[in-house]
Design a binder for this molecule. Structure first.
Ligand code: TXA
Ligand code: MG
Length: 328
């Protein structure tokens, strides 16, 4: 059992939340930067620490599905079905907001995002705190999400009042975000829980945001194309194109860092820096953000990533890589 499940540490973490302070919240997806969802002071601190635009809403983390009705109204049946099946777990539900939810949490929108995380330490703290906790990923805005406490320290240094350690995050990719309004079910952000998983539970068609009529105007301000970005350009390429690009860059004396399913070819010397990625999607996801950080920490001129295969288990991974590779 991790040392942080020590009841004294859990109590201390909850006390920090009650005092409008910020803690790290270890979850099964990524680390969150957490504060009380009822505290305008804590919420302001979160936006400042992350350098996050105030229009980008925060997810409220709950200890139990029964708390949904404290934060949302007009809750459709689909919400209860999904909560029953997937909570605690990597699924965030976007619902009509309860009037008492602070507008700063929702970026002024009429919807609110809710999730019950599946991590013993997060659940213990939420239970002890007895309230909702806002927790965006604990990185500076637009940067790679943290999956270890060391990543959070590198991102936020002294902006966190209490570093709560829950070990490395198990899944490594942020939760699936689902928009639920009336009978509509729309995926705003892909994650471990796929459209197929949702369809099987609900017995109805589930669409992704890019498949729906833009006239529906679903507000998802933080889910812009460019995100999760390393500091240098990242190219996502099939293996043959990756090698062609590598030759081109090396002939220009550029420093390159590579993430590929293949081993580094024996005839290449110290350049480029090379990480061999796992072939199984869940292992790839688990290591993805650590790997991107390791590539980025080399300060290369360019990062090359081999495109993953087709298949629903790779969809969220490809989504994050595409965002990381988006070039303005
Ligand atoms: O796995 C996760 O979801 C992690 C862990 C810490 O729980 N949290 C996380 O939070 O990824 P964050 O803030 O980094 O990403 C949440 C996304 C943002 O892009 C935000 O715009 C979107 O959720 N969001 C929050 N409330 C929303 C709402 N009412 N409508 C649409 N999108 C919303
Ligand atoms: Mg984030």
């Amino acid at each position: 059992m991790s040392i942080s499940l020590d009841p004294q540490i859990i109590k201390m973490a909850a006390q920090y939340l009650a005092e409008d302070k910020l803690i790290t919240l270890p979850t099964e997806t990524v680390y969150g930067l957490a504060g009380s969802a009822r505290s305008p002071i804590a919420i302001q601190k979160i936006f400042t620490a992350k350098g996050r635009p105030s229009t980008n809403p925060l997810i409220i983390h709950l200890s139990h599905p029964a708390a949904i009705s404290d934060w949302a109204i007009d809750i459709p049946k689909t919400a209860y079905l999904l909560a029953k099946k997937f909570w605690p777990g990597p699924l965030t539900l976007v619902l009509p907001r309860h009037p008492e939810v602070l507008p700063a949490v929702t970026g002024g929108q009429e919807t609110v995002a809710l999730r019950v995380p599946n991590h013993p330490i997060a659940l213990a703290v939420l239970e002890e705190f007895k309230g909702g906790v806002v927790a965006p990923s604990a990185n500076r805005s637009g940067r790679i999400s943290p999956t270890t406490l060391e990543h959070v320290r590198a991102e936020l240094q002294d902006k966190v009042d209490f570093y709560l350690d829950g070990g490395p995050c198990h899944l490594g990719i942020e939760s699936t975000i689902v928009y639920l309004l009336d009978s509509e079910v729309i995926i705003l952000r892909k994650g471990k829980i796929t459209a197929k998983d949702l369809e099987e539970t609900l017995g109805q068609k589930v669409l992704c945001k890019n498949q729906i009529d833009p006239k529906m105007q679903i507000q998802a301000p933080g889910l812009s194309l460019s995100h999760y970005a390393p500091e240098c350009p990242l190219y996502l390429l099939p293996i043959s194109a990756l090698f062609a690009k590598l030759r081109e860059l090396m002939s220009e004396n550029k420093t390159v860092a590579v993430l590929s399913f293949s081993k580094k070819p024996a005839l290449l010397s110290h350049q480029p820096f090379w990480i061999q990625a796992p072939l199984q999607a869940h292992l790839y996801a688990n290591a993805l953000y650590s790997n991107l950080r390791a590539l980025d920490n080399q300060n290369p001129d360019c990062i090359l990533v081999e495109a993953p295969p087709e298949g629903s288990e790779w969809e969220a991974i490809v989504d994050r890589l595409q965002r990381a590779s988006y070039q303005i």
